[in-house]
Design a protein around this ligand. Structure first.
Ligand code: R5P
Length: 310
């Protein structure tokens, strides 16, 4: 079955890099809006019997990009593709994965249901907010980590007596995984969220005195979590402070906070298009080769395990 790579509008630069790595052209599609803002999609070439990889993260604007993904899957299915893999380097709504207050939805599950109902046969994702989200899908999920790309870069920094810090308790597993790869210690910042944009850091578990620090997290948005933790780390005697996230959703407020913080560099991947207001502290690494290699392996029914190694 021949392969076809199709991109929505959420992250065209990444899709182009993936297609370049695979040495295939992106399929010809028309994506427009009707005057009333409804989305119109037309696949302009034959994809009958193809193994289609549709690249469309649900990054901001989340609802627009999600709806575009669903409509594209429907168009591809009705064009008689043999198999559809939704490639979502960033899966939005992932943080709404539990009913932890009365009368709230589990939107991550709703989104998983929508994608499956639209007709996706498989998922290819990167650093989900939590591993358990894979279980929200009743179709196969290949879940990649950006860590091989990020660790390679961090090693070039030659940090001294390094400690990997999780800026919240939920990220401890991720911090341990990075610490193992970097042969570093681990520390944890305990935070409490007071609103969607504000966090309060409570205390630090572990020792960072006189040591270089790398904070790791799945994503940053308002940068409240990272910058508040960075201040506590500085107060606790940390030397150089770096932060690394898989998904950079930085808002204008986030960029401002990053610039004003003791963080030397924020390392992120291109799972999401770079923010309009950028920062000199922001370093973008590409996951195009990683995703491209995974696409090729899925297409050829080969194992993807080797992609987890550095
Ligand atoms: C929370 O569980 C996530 O892993 C991130 O720590 C959080 O969403 C980051 O948000 P912000 O940058 O707005 O503090």
């Amino acid at each position: 079955m021949p392969m076809k790579v199709i991109s929505g509008t959420a992250n065209v630069p990444l899709a182009k890099r993936i297609a370049e790595h695979l040495d295939v052209p992106l399929a010809d599609v028309v994506i427009t809006r009707f005057p009333d803002q409804e989305t119109f999609i037309k696949i302009s070439e034959n994809i009958r019997g193809h193994d289609v990889f549709l690249i469309q993260p649900s990054s901001p604007p989340a609802n627009e990009n999600l709806m575009e993904l669903l409509i594209m899957i429907d168009a591809i299915k009705r064009a008689s593709a043999m198999r559809i893999t939704a490639v979502m380097p960033y899966f939005g709504y992932a943080r709404q994965d539990r009913k932890d207050q009365p009368r709230v939805p589990i939107t991550a599950k709703l989104v998983a249901n929508l994608i499956t109902s639209a007709g996706a046969d498989r998922m290819l994702m990167l650093d989900l907010h939590s591993q358990q989200l894979q279980g929200f899908f009743d179709i196969p999920v290949d879940h990649l980590y950006a860590s091989p790309v990020i660790v390679k870069y961090i090693r070039t920094k030659q940090l001294d007596n390094m400690v990997v810090v999780s800026p919240d308790v939920g990220g401890v597993k991720m911090a341990y995984a990075y610490a193992k790869m970097l042969d570093a210690g681990v520390a944890i910042v305990n935070k409490q969220r007071t609103s969607a944009t504000e966090v309060e850091v409570l205390n630090l578990v572990g020792d960072v005195q006189g040591r270089d620090v790398v904070m790791v997290d799945d994503l940053t948005s308002t940068a409240g979590t990272l910058t508040q933790a960075a201040r506590l780390l500085k107060k606790s005697g940390a030397k150089r402070i770096f932060a690394a996230v898989s998904h950079c959703l930085l808002t204008d407020l986030g960029v401002q906070r990053l610039n004003d913080s003791p963080i030397e560099e924020l390392i992120a991947t291109d799972s999401i298009v770079a923010p309009v207001a950028s920062s000199p502290k922001l370093v973008h690494l590409s996951v195009a080769e990683l995703l491209g290699d995974a696409i090729l392996r899925i297409h050829n029914n080969q194992s993807v395990t080797s992609l987890f190694r550095i």
